[in-house]
Design a protein around this ligand. Sequence first.
Ligand code: URA
Length: 181
Amino acid sequence: MEKIRKECETCTLCPLHLSRTNVVFGRGNERAKLLFVGEAPGAKEDLAGKPFVGASGKLLEATLREVGIGEDEYYIANILKCRPPENRDPRPEEVFACTPYLERQIAKMRPSLVVCLGRIAAAHLIKKDFRITAEHGEVFEKDGQKILAVFHPAAILRDVRKKGEFLADFEKIRQILAEEK
Ligand code: URA
């Protein structure tokens, strides 16, 4: 993983390298069975060089605590490793340039469950036309790995009415992990 990180940290494959403060490669337990994949770093992540350190990350961590998934039980990374200006959606050419890093992270980790945080990650990793409202929590199988998507934590911060479904999906994640042990 360190080799991939080193390469990624000097990456100039797309214009986002010009505006980044730090590359946001990933954090957590590289040997975990559970991998979360978000969209792209925000302002706080760009400054810290770590994914999900802002408000979305706090909500994610609180939810994980609520269902009893410990800090050492997962790894977390994003589709894009550099922050898009003004937090706009990733552009297709940025996703194209950047996702080989994520694919190598997945190949190295070989998690038993991949959880997409939000539609953008699900559209890339599950299927192009993924509908997050209708299909969150549904388990798909890809290359022998289980994969599902949950709402992006930022969506829960915007609309707290989604919290119940979000929590139910995390209960399911915990259950799948227990079955994999
Ligand atoms: N949102 C994301 O999708 N990723 C982060 O790292 C932070 C916020």
